[in-house]
Ligand binder design. Structure first.
Ligand SMILES: [Zn+2]
Length: 135
């Protein structure tokens, strides 16, 4: 498989930008498009807790809002603020969003630049609710 360590390194850099004064759990994500562009995201919390957003959705929404429609991979790393990032699986809402915008074949890298595992979105989110369910 293609070495995507650089994508995880970028996610680690993105994690440094996290705004998490409530959970003190920082997450970084980096999305790679099929056209070889990268978009980063971090978690951004809010005193009105429901108003916060995860790193994964920040990254893919940034890319999508810039016109990107084809995605190769997303790297995700997270951990306690001030400590090294480690394996951090996306939450259910992010899996739903990644399913809609990235599809089952999207590669999902979880871990750190030192050690990560690669999954497909489809393996992490089987039987997704999709636009096909609405037709
Ligand atoms: Zn999430």
């Amino acid at each position: 498989m293609e070495d995507l360590k650089f994508l995880m390194e970028t996610a680690e850099e993105a994690r440094k930008l996290a705004y998490c004064p409530y959970s003190h759990f920082s997450v970084g994500a980096a999305v790679l498009t099929k056209s070889n562009k990268m978009y980063i995201g971090c978690n951004i919390e809010n005193a009105s807790f429901g108003a916060g957003i995860c790193a994964e959705r920040t990254a893919i929404f940034k890319a999508f809002s810039e016109g990107e429609r084809e995605f190769e991979a997303i790297a995700i790393t997270g951990g306690k603020e001030g400590e090294d990032g480690h394996f951090c699986a996306p939450c259910g809402i992010c899996r739903q969003v990644l399913s809609e915008l990235g599809g089952d074949d999207l590669k999902v890298l979880l871990g750190s630049a030192e050690q990560y595992e690669t999954y497909t979105l489809g393996s992490l989110f089987p039987f997704a609710f999709t636009k096909n369910n609405l037709s």
